[in-house]
Design a protein around this ligand. Structure first.
Ligand code: PGA
Length: 253
């Protein structure tokens, strides 16, 4: 088994108003009353909630992250938000290169790489997403696609402390479909091998490697027990504290 401390991270996407802070508080209270040792927990809410959530979680083990950022520190970029702004709001990490950003906003690996560098510049951890589409999978291109994304989207200066990789097959996101344990094992083993080859045993081996795509309480234990799966990036099932706790609890021995 990988010795990396697992991370269960929630990606709220474009969901959540201030009133939904109640779910975050419930999550934090649950973790306080029934701690799950040796697991990091993070919620990445929409940008509008990052500041309020960070302040609410000041005394909690729940970390707050952001879902995307611009590459620049500041400038004439109407509607965009910089990594420094998220750091200023108390975020500890930023998701970059999520497949929804790649598909809906035409983000390339080169742009994702720049966003990862921007995240580091602000002193935050970059959660870099990779994953194949249904069509690519059908043509047997999964490993080729993932290798290319790793090569081009991860900056050369990546170290274990500032980079987390999330493998999210696009066809598994929000669909209720998940790859088999054999498939997850194969892809995660390959990603680990690539990371170790490129960044060395300490950094390549120490980067957390998350699985994402339709993770829920009922399949978490199986998916999280795969060697080289160091946690999950969770969309839909992170919106309700009880559902998310179910996933975190899969790490209870
Ligand atoms: P899902 O989303 O858990 O709703 O499938 C995962 C993600 O997009 O990170």
């Amino acid at each position: 088994m990988s010795k990396n401390t697992p991370l269960v991270a929630g990606n709220w996407k474009m969901n959540g108003l201030r009133e939904n802070a109640s779910e975050l508080v419930k999550l934090s209270e649950s973790l306080k009353s029934a701690p799950v040792d040796g697991v990091d927990v993070m919620i990445c809410p929409p940008a509008t909630l990052v500041l309020a959530f960070s302040e609410l979680m000041k005394e909690s083990i729940v970390q707050i992250g952001a879902e995307d950022c611009h590459t620049l520190v500041s400038g004439a970029n109407t509607g965009d938000l910089s990594a420094e702004m998220f750091a200023d709001c108390g975020a500890t990490a930023i998701i970059v290169g999520h497949s929804e950003r790649r598909a809906d906003h035409g983000e390339s690996d080169a742009l994702v790489r720049e966003k990862a560098q921007a995240t580091w510049r602000a002193g935050l951890v970059a959660i870099i997403c990779v994953g194949e589409t249904a069509g690519q999978r059908q043509y047997g291109l999964t490993l080729d696609v993932v290798r290319r994304q790793l090569k081009n989207a991860i900056p050369d200066a990546a170290i274990a402390k500032n980079t987390i990789i999330a493998y999210e097959p696009v066809w598994a996101i929000g669909t209720g479909l998940t790859p088999t344990v054999e498939d997850v094992t194969k892809v995660h083993d390959e990603i680990r091998k690539e990371l170790v080859e490129r960044f060395g045993a300490e950094n390549g081996g120490g980067m957390k490697l998350l699985y994402g795509g339709s993770v829920k309480a009922s399949n978490a234990k199986e998916l999280m027990s795969v060697e080289n799966v160091d946690g999950a990036l969770v969309g839909g099932a992170s919106l309700k504290a009880d559902d998310f706790m179910g996933i975190i609890n899969s790490y209870k021995s």
